[in-house]
Design a protein around this ligand. Structure first.
Ligand code: PLP
Length: 439
């Protein structure tokens, strides 16, 4: 029987939830819970979809996986296999990319406070480009490049003053942001001048902007592209600057719940490209290469978390709390952003729902709730709950709060399962702890 949810998700002949041709109950048994399960075919499908859209429109492009959504050696290898580029935002993500042998020329380094050590690491590895975020960074990177007699391709991150319709905490395209240079208040222009003046050190290849996340409409992207292109016309005439690359960021929405109605990911690409193309034609600008940086739209829907149900607390007339063996330490998004999720019982996802319960985590925080109102068949202790769309910002934001080991991660594809991140052990939790008292 088919199960209209995500990717290869299915209900097998036993009536169990299956992903990538593998029974989720078997996965829970084999690897334990909580367990993150990734549908590799769905990730490949998304990656190919973005690339195909650019190819069909005959646009030179790079699709960079915004790896903060889920960073690990295995996912970097998968993205490399699919010919994507990679965004990293820290020394740790860069280190992981190096360990994964990711093609260095396709690594882009972002961040509003890259340290000298992190920048040196990027220069040692000679990555594809660094996205400059502020004047201090221009000064610091220029000094490092001068000392090392090295030249680096850079983009300048601008804030185009667009407010995307999304949660305030993840809104970054507006003027009042910790990221980037204001496009229209003179900051971006000054940054471009500084970078162009240091031509021995910098190869300024283009501009970058990222207007926010979990965006369901193309308007914001089109407006941002329009504003930047307008500005590029002015800068061509005043500074002789032409942007070879226009990076319009990520943030394409995904379907966490059935109320979310994201566009087909290729639709964002189509609209962005059309706007840039039109502006380029109207103003006789060279058509820039278009880069995008999807994170959650590549991996979000591909991830499912399996939990084991434990205790239940009934508050008469109010609600029933059903606790699982994970929570805010493996998925902080409900606590951080009031993010909504849906879930089913893995043993019968199509079962008739009989009750509304609240899914609680096991941490010592009242806010440690995964789902407030979930319709389920009667849910008993020891049963496996599958929470959908946990592939982005789940593992990557996971913590050891309450000294809970971080879960394992498994990739599934074509009936095969492969462990790609081991479950942490209690020994892992204390591996950096040192004794205070001589023993
Ligand atoms: C977070 C981020 C992305 C990806 O956002 P998603 O919502 O995961 O697609 C892309 N670019 C930049 C600069 C980001 O900070």
């Amino acid at each position: 029987m088919t199960f209209e949810r995500y990717g290869t998700m299915n209900v097998n002949e036993k009536g169990h939830l299956e992903v990538g041709g593998v029974d989720t109950l078997k996965l829970a048994q084999k690897y334990g819970t909580p367990l993150y399960v990734y549908d590799v075919a769905l990730i490949r499908d998304r990656a190919r979809g973005f690339k195909k859209t650019f190819a069909e429109m005959e646009i030179d492009a790079q699709v960079a996986y915004a790896s903060k959504a889920f960073s690990s050696i295995a996912i970097y290898q998968l993205m490399a296999e699919e010919d994507l580029s990679l965004d990293v935002v820290s020394g740790g993500e860069l280190y992981t990319a190096i360990k994964a042998n990711f093609p260095k020329e396709r690594i882009h380094f972002h961040g509003n406070n890259k340290t000298a050590e992190e920048l040196k690491m990027a220069l040692d590895y000679d990555i594809g480009c660094i996205v400059l975020d502020n004047y201090d960074e221009i000064t610091l990177l220029q000094k490092l490049l001068e000392e090392r007699k090295q030249k680096m391709a850079v983009l300048i991150r601008v804030t185009p003053g667009i407010e995307a319709h999304t949660h305030d905490y993840i809104l970054t395209g507006q003027d009042d942001s910790k990221f980037g240079f204001g496009l229209t208040n003179g900051q971006a222009e000054k940054a471009i001048q500084e970078v162009l003046a240091a031509e021995e050190q910098f190869d300024l290849i283009g501009l970058h902007c990222h207007i926010g996340s979990q965006i369901f409409e193309t308007t914001g992207f089109v407006m941002a592209a329009h504003r930047i292109m307008e500005q590029l016309v002015l800068w061509r005439d005043s500074l002789g600057f032409e942007s070879k690359v226009l990076n319009l960021g990520g943030g394409f929405g995904v379907r966490y719940t059935q109320d979310d109605q994201p566009l087909d990911p290729s639709e964002y690409v189509r609209q962005i490209v059309q706007e840039v193309k039109q502006m380029a034609i109207n103003h006789r600008l060279e058509m820039p290469e278009i880069w995008i940086e999807p994170g959650r739209s590549l991996v979000g829907e591909a991830g499912t978390t399996l939990y084991k149900i434990g205790s239940r607390k009934e508050v008469p007339g109010i609600r029933d709390y059903v606790a699982v063996d994970g929570g805010m330490n493996d998925n902080i998004r409900p606590a951080l952003y009031e993010a909504q999720y849906e879930a089913v019982l893995a043993k019968n996802p199509l079962g008739k729902t009989e009750e509304t319960v609240a899914i609680a985590g096991k941490c010592c925080e009242s806010g440690d709730m995964l789902i407030w109102d979930l319709r389920l068949p009667k849910a008993f202790s020891e049963e496996i709950l599958a929470v959908f769309c946990t592939g982005a910002y789940g593992y990557s934001m996971a913590s050891n709060y309450n000294r809970i080991p971080r879960p394992a991660v498994v990739f599934v594809e074509d009936g095969q399962d492969k462990l790609v991140i081991k479950r942490e052990s209690y020994a892992d939790l204390v591996r950096n702890d040192l004794s205070f008292i001589e023993v």
